[in-house]
Design a protein around this ligand. Sequence first.
Ligand code: FES
Ligand SMILES: [Fe+2]
Length: 346
Amino acid sequence: MRKNAYSSEKNFLREKSFFISNAYILVGHKCEFEKKGDYKTINFFEKSIAIYKFKEKISAFTNRCVHRGCKIFSNAKGNSSFVCPYHAWSYDHLGRVKNIPFEKKAFKLDKTRIKLEEWTLDFCGDFIFLKSKKNKINLKKFLGEEFNQLLKISKNIYKSIDYQIYKWEANWQICVENSIDEYHATFLHKTTFKNVLKLEPKYEIQNNVMKMKMPVSKNYIEKFKKIKNYFNNLDNTYMHTLFFPYSSISTTMGNSYYIQNYLPKDIHNTNVTSTIYLPKSKLKKNPVIEKFFSNTCIKFNNEIFYEDKDICESIYSNVRNNNSEKDIIGNLEFRIKSFRQKLNKI
Ligand code: FES
Ligand SMILES: [Fe+2]
């Protein structure tokens, strides 16, 4: 156990500078950026970042207007032109200022010299990963053997049905540890996971990829037979993978996919993002089935998130000022051990 791991400002700042140069964040999927003007925002440390579809490409910029610092996009997602709402400065796909109202009257500026801060996007199939300009690691290298597997999954996804940003009052590491804790799933989540999972996890850990698979209960398979046939999925497992340290993807039998991020705001607060996707179906489109199943997935996910939020905040309120006592980690919390081991090396 790392003494004072969650509550030491020194650790937090060291890890922050390490991850800004070394981490990738799984921010989404190309299906969320089909139309020109589609955007999505995330919050990473003190910055808001906008991922935006220009005519030419998808780009990512710090969501902070160079004029006076206003957020250019104030919603979690949407579709709009790349124009700051305050004084209507607009930007191009390289983050350069394109148009300034009353420019000649009000300013003497060389517009080519002012730019938004840019972030790098890398792709694994249709999945979109974000990293800072300081990060020189290649995505294929970061994901290792998982790259091809993930690419295949990305080609099976066809639409996003929900995107939420939650604010949890807990250190981000507690939130990540909760997400890779199999042990609690059937006890805390009584109306959801308890009916779905058989607590028999199998682990595959390699470098930045911490994968866990467990069987889905017979009852659940029976209950969602129609959905399973609609999406033509043969897999009867629940899969959850953490991409160290912030991002995860999970799926129940390949019927729905969930991307979640646990992004530090500061040492005491975490922005949790959740995007839900449906896979392609080989059958004729059935909007009734899709609507029903989308609502089921969103409800399922929301219940879990509020239960997890309470637990993470409860743990953090206990440990933030008194973290000298060790906790006890068992085999059903195996990935927490791996996660801490990796953090210890930073
Ligand atoms: S702050 Fe954005 S245009 Fe003025
Ligand atoms: Fe949970």
